[in-house]
Structure formats: structure tokens, C-alpha cells
Design a protein around this ligand. Structure first.
Ligand code: HXC
Length: 258
């Protein structure tokens, strides 16, 4: 299937997904969002893909929701179509791991899209911000919630209320990004991380992702309970038997994906 604004390229067990709308710095228009959903659905359905990387261009991961499309909308429009969260949240609903590889601007909805991924690897040129306040609105796809959980109240308030941008170094210091790498190493580093993940036991990876995700949604006692259930369930997988046997036999593990 042909996408105008989304590229999808196989790298072994990893799908590299690229936002490709350079004329608008990858602003997340309706069509781009629909295409992204289609591509993510296909990744989820393909057993041979173990993890994904979502990236943009050198200049911009994504400069936010498309302001040209938003400008004429009124309350009834955005409320009735549940703009825009309902369609974007496909990224947040991924079961397979998805890493955001961010270079250049990740602003507004672009930062929110990156935060919907499991973790962010940033190039040293990355800039993050929630500039919605500067155009008369507020973040609407997790920018007041995921950001606050990632960086805490003080930094989140600073970013959301002033609209200022932070660079990769400040983003890493704040806990928003997992690693910062030189710009020309960004894709390789992200694909390598995704390849590592894709090489592990598939059920263990999904359970681990699901369990960390719980930390964002439940009180500690509930989260710990959930983690323990998942941990116990992992002992029902072929991956557990193989992984531990391989360790004890001092050989590489070969996971069946079950
Ligand atoms: C539509 C956009 C855009 C956007 C950039 N462009 N961002 N179009 N929506 N969000 C377009 C510009 O209009 C311009 O088109 C082209 O991309 C290049 O952008 P420039 O501004 O000329 O580039 P530059 O001077 O380098 O500045 C880069 C920038 C700036 C600092 C990133 O573009 C900018 O401030 N963009 C808007 C950022 C923003 O406010 N994002 C939040 C949106 S609200 P032309 O045709 O003139 O060449 C949001 C809400 C999410 O995301 C809520 C979800 C529910």
C-alpha cells in the first residue's frame, strides 16, 4: 500500500517508520495520521516484526498538529470527531515496542507522539516543546499528562505554560529522553536498540512493556501485583525455558517467539 506521508522500511526484524511531510516539518495532518495508523496496524499484524522505530527528518520529528487544518475548527468539530487523540492514540496502543528516534523539532503533537512511544532516543539537535499555549490552546494528546509523569510537575508546568523549547541535553537531564546520540548515529542507534529487543523472547518483551506501562496508570500496589502476575506468567512461555537453559549451557538463546 502506498503512503504519501509515511515511509516504512524493513531492517531485519525491525520496521523503520518515517514521517515524510517535509514541506510542513511533518505537521501531523489528517492524512498523515490515517496513514500512520495503517502502517502501525500492519506492524502489529506481522509476526516477523519484533519492534518498530518511529522517526522524522533531520530537521523535524514533527512540528505538531497541522495548524492550517485546526484553525477553522470550532468546539463542535473537535468534540464530535474527538480531535485528534482518538486516531493518534494508535501509537500509544501498540503492543509491540516502538522507539521514537527524534531529530530536530518535536513540538506540540509531535512531542506528544514521541511520548506515546516506549522511549525516546534523541539526536543532539533535538528540540522538544509544548508551544500550544502560544497559539491559544493547550496540549491535547498527552502533553499535560505523559509529560508530567515523565519530567515531574515543575518542568512540565514550565514547558506547558511558557511554551519554551528545551534541547536534547535538558530533555535527557529531565528524564524525557532515554539517550542522546550524535545526529548522524540516530537511526542506527535506534534500529540497533529495536533489533536487540526484537531478538528477545516475544512474550517476555510484551509482558515487560505492558508492566512498565502499568506504572503510569495504577497505584504502586496494583502495579506491583500486575508485574508479579506477568512475571509468573512468563514461566509458562517457551522463552523462559530456552533463555534460562541457554544461560546455563553457556550458549546463545534462540527464541521461538512463543
Ligand atoms: C502546519 C506547519 C507547522 C504546523 C510548521 N509548519 N509547523 N504547518 N502546522 N504545526 C509549516 C510552516 O507553516 C511552513 O510552511 C513550513 O512548515 C516551514 O516552517 P517554518 O516556520 O518556515 O520553519 P522555521 O522558521 O524553521 O520554524 C520552525 C518552527 C515553526 C519553530 C518549528 O515552524 C513553528 O513554530 N511551528 C509551529 C509549532 C507549533 O506551534 N506546534 C504546535 C501545534 S499545536 P510554509 O508553507 O510557510 O513554507 C499542536 C496541538 C496538538 O500540536 C494537540 C493534539 C490534540
Amino acid at each position: 500500500e502506498l503512503c504519501e506521508f509515511i515511509g516504512a522500511e524493513r531492517r531485519g526484524p525491525v520496521m523503520l517508520v518515517t514521517l515524510e511531510r517535509p514541506k510542513a516539518l511533518n505537521a501531523l495532518c489528517d492524512q498523515l495520521t490515517r496513514e500512520l495508523t495503517t502502517v502501525l496496524d500492519a506492524i502489529e499484524d506481522d509476526d516477523s516484526i519484533g519492534a518498530a522505530v518511529l522517526t522524522g527528518s533531520t530537521k523535524a520529528f514533527a512540528a505538531g498538529a497541522d495548524i492550517k487544518e485546526m484553525q477553522p475548527k470550532g468546539f463542535a468539530d473537535v468534540y464530535l470527531e474527538d480531535f485528534i487523540t482518538s486516531s493518534w492514540e494508535r501509537t500509544a496502543r501498540m503492543r509491540k515496542p516502538i522507539i521514537a528516534a527524534v531529530s530536530g523539532y518535536a513540538l506540540g503533537g509531535g512531542a506528544e507522539l514521541a511520548m506515546m512511544c516506549d522511549f525516546i532516543i534523541a539526536s543532539d539537535t533535538a528540540k522538544f516543546g509544548q508551544p500550544e499555549i502560544t497559539i491559544g490552546i493547550l496540549p491535547g494528546a498527552g502533553g499535560t499528562q505523559r509529560l508530567t509523569r515523565a519530567v515531574g510537575k515543575s518542568k512540565a508546568m514550565d514547558l506547558v505554560l511558557t511554551g519554551r523549547m528545551i534541547d536534547a541535553e535538558e530533555a535527557e537531564r529531565s528524564g524525557l529522553v532515554a539517550r542522546v546520540v550524535p545526529a548522524d548515529a540516530l537511526i542506527d542507534e535506534a534500529v540497533a536498540a529495536a533489533t536487540t529487543i526484537a531478538g528477545f523472547s516475544r512474550p517476555a518483551v510484551l509482558m515487560a512493556k505492558e508492566s512498565v506501562g502499568r506504572a503510569f496508570e495504577t497505584p504502586l500496589a496494583e502495579g506491583l501485583r500486575f508485574e508479579r502476575r506477568m512475571f509468573h506468567a512468563a514461566f509458562a512461555t517457551e522463552g523462559q525455558a530456552e533463555g534460562m537453559d541457554a544461560f546455563l549451557a553457556k550458549r546463545d538463546a534462540h527464541y521461538s517467539g512463543r
